[in-house]
Ligand binder design. Structure first.
Ligand SMILES: [Zn+2]
Length: 838
């Protein structure tokens, strides 16, 4: 894709030598970049990227040794610098020498400042990078497009005791005058600018783990290396897993997993120097819940997959970022599932599928592959469609092709494009060569248009139609006419049969009654005729765990679309045995949570009774405390039951037990988050103060998350407004936007919090880095109890757009309006449907 936002292609960089000296106290940095370039024609001007930098000097060294000074012109609008030479430069090789200076900003982007307080209470400053997607240009002048791959040799000058980490191992260090130290890192492989990393600060590093010759460490603020052991275990496993899966050795020389106190995203796949938010890297294996450990395992596995798929082979332009992210998301499950099979992690993938399809059924969805022009467009791509729908579509393709053929295609793609760039069509070509199947034609219907189908199985026949919750009241991004790889199997048992469903109805390949979407993870919804639905509900035991969860999730989606009564969803929930299947029970909790927000007050007793009827058998079966040797997933289901009973059933004995455990002191294990949630829902006097004190004294990032979330969940209007008022003082900037989003979803305080946020919109948004602003609206879909408020919310967000990811905001508003419409439609039937559960 060419366009005004692309650099001219006639000047190509091949190597960068960067020397940078950050001043941590003054929050600024100086540097010099030497860039080897090749000009394919004589040129008087060279354009490259620079943003919020000053470039005091620039020159070019020509092949004969001659040096020519440049006049530098900066254009903030295009984020570029133009170097003009008089006379102009000849075609051929040249070395650009550019001095630069900038500020260590507080926007969590580019080369930025992070701070922390050590265990003795002393404050420290860190300088660290987040250059993805287009912020390398905030750190040094560069050709900041992913196709301009080059090698990097980074040298940094720091005060003597301060440590520094970059993509490559240290080559040499020497002491300079003034107590400074120069640290030179080795040259990297050719890579895109967005993958450069430099982290400077008073860090500690674990001893390296030798992973078949690759040293692996965890880097973190002092006193926390003990919390890195689990990540090292996962990391070592993942490096070996991928070297084997891809058939290519790890492409770098070492891996440091670096925990950064202030971090916008979850993690960033810089080659060899992967940066993380602390909560997804540092964890105490003895006290964390299974869900928290799974989160760490999956994020580490995700980032390490990128070392090959993303770093070794990189998208040619940002519209291909979906492939990077969708693939790494799929791989994180494959790898973490192999790491701990007992977690049965594909159940969590089902959660991601559910959320991806939920967003994708909105008229404000988008195609997975989407034209990207500006930096804001590129950042806006990092959403549920890219990660979750994208991964679901790839997983469906893997099932269609078979796991071995799929892996052969991936290997061929990586071999063909290593150290270079590729586009999506290159991957489809590799799969076609490996399989002989029309992959590009099938996948085009899934990635080049928004939405997904509902496949209806009725009277032995299959047909497809676009799925939406409501008819559009304006333009819709939902497409039509998918090529649907359907796998079905007889309910009575037997192998799955595959067919590629097009626009015309056709007989279902398996004997009826058939389970459609066998295995449960494909990227479409299934609607059954009443007879088949009844047969499935009567034989839930004949479905696999994922098929049960998907039947529940699909029926719930159909109910919200008005295609099924709510009673059908509750019927599936009621037919579930009290088994340790976290996904199904989390869906049941989500269903009742929404119903709790919309139910008429006169029907609330029925809701509480239904919640009791569904969740009490779980607590009876599993008890409050883990039995030695129980299934590792039982604890997660136990926590869901405690939350359902304590919050939705308002069960007095569960609330009392949760309060007693909360008062007894430190909470650990699977139940810890649920106990905080129940205590927050009860909002007894004094709880707010305890939550804040424990948040401040938290021994690890997971405990911090738990108590911070508890503060946002406190079911009390005054406390909600107080937490909002202190948000930027109590919490790190990278958490404040999520806390506000969660406060808006608060059952009791939400509407008042939203009004307060709207009243101080410019001030609130102005304090949040642009890439995180959308999170303030993530609670909006919960504002479904008051139709008049919902209309005000929708009008407000229409007239107050944000700079990045406005589509995500539009999606939250559409979800809210769908919820309001659903509420108005089902309220009359709700009392009777809930009463039938008990
Ligand atoms: Zn990723």
């Amino acid at each position: 894709m060419a366009g005004a936002d692309r650099l001219p292609v006639g000047v190509v960089p091949s190597a960068y030598r960067l020397r940078i000296e950050p001043d941590l106290d003054a929050a600024r940095f100086d540097g010099v970049a030497e860039i080897d370039v090749a000009l394919d024609a004589p040129s008087a001007t060279i354009e490259l990227h620079a943003l919020e930098l000053s470039l005091p000097r620039a020159a070019a060294r020509l092949e004969g040794g001659e040096r020519r000074q440049a006049v530098v012109t900066l254009d903030p609008a295009t984020e570029r610098a133009a170097l003009t030479f008089e006379p102009g430069l000849p075609a051929g090789r040249a070395v650009l020498e550019i001095a630069f200076a900038g500020t260590l900003n507080d926007q969590l982007a580019g080369f930025y400042r992070s701070t922390f307080t050590d265990l003795d209470g002393a404050a420290h400053t860190i300088a660290t990078t987040q250059l993805c997607e287009t912020d390398a240009r905030r750190m040094f002048p560069c050709f900041d497009e992913p196709a301009f791959k080059a090698t990097f040799e980074v040298t940094v000058v720091v005060p003597a005791p301060v440590r520094a980490f970059s993509n490559a191992p240290v080559r040499a260090t020497r002491t300079l005058e003034g107590g400074r130290r120069e640290i030179a890192f080795r040259r990297t492989m050719p890579m895109s600018t967005y993958l450069v990393a430099l982290v400077v600060g008073p860090f500690e590093q674990t001893a390296p783990v030798d992973v078949d010759g690759v040293p692996l460490t965890v880097v973190c603020t002092p006193g926390r290396t003990d919390l890195g052991g689990f990540a090292l275990e996962v990391g070592a496993f993942a490096l070996r897993f991928y070297a084997e899966y891809f058939g290519i050795p790890y492409p770098g020389e070492k891996v440091d997993l670096v925990a950064v106190p202030d971090f916008a995203y979850g993690a960033m796949e810089n080659l060899g120097c992967i940066t993380f938010r602390e909560s997804v890297l540092l964890v105490d294996e003895q006290t964390a819940s299974a869900a928290e450990l799974q989160q760490v395992a999956m994020v580490v596995a995700h980032e390490l997959a990128h070392m090959w798929f993303g770093d070794l082979v990189t998208m040619a332009w940002w519209e291909g970022i979906w492939l990077n992210e969708a693939f790494a998301t799929q791989m994180q499950y494959l790898c973490a599932d192999a790491f701990r099979p007992q977690w049965r992690l594909w159940g969590e993938f089902a959660r991601d599928r559910e959320f991806g399809l939920e967003i994708d059924a909105l008229h404000t969805t988008r195609s997975i592959e989407f034209p990207v022009s500006s930096p804001a467009d590129a950042t806006g791509m990092l959403d549920a469609i890219t990660y979750l729908k994208g991964a679901t579509v790839l997983r469906m393709l893997e099932e269609f092709l078979g796991a071995d053929v799929y892996r052969a295609g991936v290997r061929r793609y990586l071999e063909d494009h290593e150290y270079a760039n590729a586009v999506t069509a290159d991957l489809w070509r590799a799969f076609e060569a490996a399989s002989g199947e029309p992959v590009a034609e099938v996948m085009g219907t899934w990635i080049l248009q928004g939405g997904h189908p509902v496949v209806t199985a009725a009277n032995g026949s299959l047909s497809q139609a676009p799925f939406a919750y409501r008819p559009p009241d304006g333009p819709s991004a939902i497409g039509r006419g998918w090529r649907v790889p359907v796998r079905s199997r007889p309910l009575a048992g037997g192998p799955a049969a595959a067919q590629l469903l097009g626009d015309e109805p056709e007989p279902v390949a398996a004997a009826t009654p058939a389970v459609v979407n066998a295995g449960g993870l494909a990227a479409y919804r299934t609607a059954y005729d009443a007879e088949t639905f009844g047969a499935l509900v009567a034989r839930l035991d004949a479905l696999t765990e994922l098929e049960r969860g998907t039947l529940l999730g699909d029926t719930w989606a159909l109910a919200r679309a008005g295609a099924r009564p709510v009673a059908d969803v509750l019927a599936v929930a009621r037919a579930l045995d009290p088994v340790a299947e976290p996904r199904a029970w989390a869906t049941v909790l989500g269903v009742l949570d929404l119903l709790d927000r919309i139910v008429d007050e006169r029907d609330r007793p029925q809701l509480q009774t239904a919640a009791s009827a569904l969740f009490a058998p779980l607590l009876t079966a599993f008890g409050w405390d883990a039995e030695p040797g129980e299934d590792v997933r039982t604890g997660t289901v136990r926590a869901t039951a405690v939350e359902g009973l304590g919050v939705l059933a308002r069960d007095a004995s569960v609330r009392a037990e949760a309060a007693a455990r909360f008062e007894a002191g430190a909470l650990t294990g699977d139940l810890a988050p649920a106990i905080v949630t129940v205590v927050a829902a009860t909002a007894a006097p004094g709880v707010a103060e305890v939550l804040l004190a424990r948040y401040r004294a938290a021994p690890d990032p997971q405990a911090e998350d738990r108590y911070r979330t508890g503060l946002a969940d406190l079911a009390d209007r005054a406390h909600g407004l107080e937490t909002l008022a202190h948000c930027f003082e109590w919490f790190r900037t990278h958490d404040a936007s999520s806390v506000i989003g969660r406060l808006v979803a608060n059952r009791v305080a939400g509407p008042s919090v939203w009004e307060a946020v709207a009243a101080s919109w410019d001030d609130t948004i102005g304090r949040i880095p642009p890439a995180l602003q959308f999170r303030v609206t993530m609670g909006v879909p919960s504002l479904v109890g008051d139709a008049a408020l919902a209309e005000r919310v929708a009008a407000f967000h229409r007239s107050h757009p944000i700079a990045i990811a406005q589509r995500t905001v539009d999606q939250q508003v559409e979800r809210m309006r769908n919820g309001v419409a659903f509420a108005e439609r089902v309220r009359p039937e709700l009392g009777a449907a809930l009463a039938a559960v008990a």
